[in-house]
Design a protein around this ligand. Sequence first.
Ligand SMILES: [Zn+2]
Length: 383
Amino acid sequence: MQFKDIVGQPDVKQRLTKAYKEKRIPHAIIFTGPAGTGKLAMAIAFAQMVCCQNPTQNDSCGTCPSCKKYAKIIHPDLHFAFPVNESKKESADDKVSKSSGDHLSKWRECLLENPYFTEAEWYESIGLDNKQGIISVSESSEVIKKISLKSFESEYKTMIIWLPERMNVNASNRLLKLIEEPPLNTLFILVSEDPNLVIKTILSRCQLIRFAPLTRESVSSALIERYQLSPAKAQEYSRVANGNYAIAQNLAKGDNDSIYFLMFRDIMRLCFQRDVPGALEWVEKAAALNRERQKELLTEALRLTRESMVLNSKMDDIAYLAGEELQFGERFAPQMPPDRAMQVYPLLNSAINDIARNGNGQIIFTDTVLKLLKVMFPIKTLP
Ligand SMILES: [Zn+2]
């Protein structure tokens, strides 16, 4: 992974290369910012530059032996820790102490295919059905072991911890001293989407680098270059993606009639028609998704509610729908005046919170849909 492979973020790239050139590489950095902004890819690219044998002014060379190993994510001085958990399919024997090491080949595969993958996509790829991954105490011990080794080939060894917010207090405390006083030539890069959940003592020992949502220009030029889209299409998608390259990629790959959109459209129709049996069947489908997917579905429902309300208010210049979603939005907008959106929003938000707190999906979706049925009772049109 090189800086040139990463979409946008010129300020972050400049800051990192400057630190490297001035030999002021912090021993611990935390990258924070919204999903789809390239934090994990940037962590790998920076580590690659630090280990590169022949770096240019603003990137690694891409051709030295170290870079070649980085390109395949097999450099012996590049280490990772990320959330995992045992999957349902495994026997009781396999369930003991899963760690990142057990999933390393899948991790490489995912990174090489698309370094912008989401947390939900990661859990799906390792078969976690309805579980959230964690970074356990035993994982922390693994990290300590790896970092205490002498580096194999480079001057520097790097440990990238993806989603440190998934570490519990014990795991965090175990790492604290190491992050505070790491062995010489060690680089810790934490990649977080929710730094509020990372314990403060760890945060305070890391240099913080914030990633802003990507600009529309950087997203649309990446789509033109990498997906051969027309400039008009690329601009439309970058507007909808709203700074998230993972969404932009899915749009470019033709995933824009996503399952979430179709599910939102279905439930709104069912509620509107007061089709209670149909709505309860829909609940079964939603409850069958894993927890991360349930949260994504509800978050998408929030977005589509917001967009429909914006269209209802005739504020098309701040509406971010495209393609099939836009066609639906335009037809549906009359049913989503602001006062109705004001009732739908808290319903969806409280469902997201309940699911995040490990509530039962079937009960939460039933409750939400029953309330939606009431709220979505057809607006009487005047004769
Ligand atoms: Zn190189």
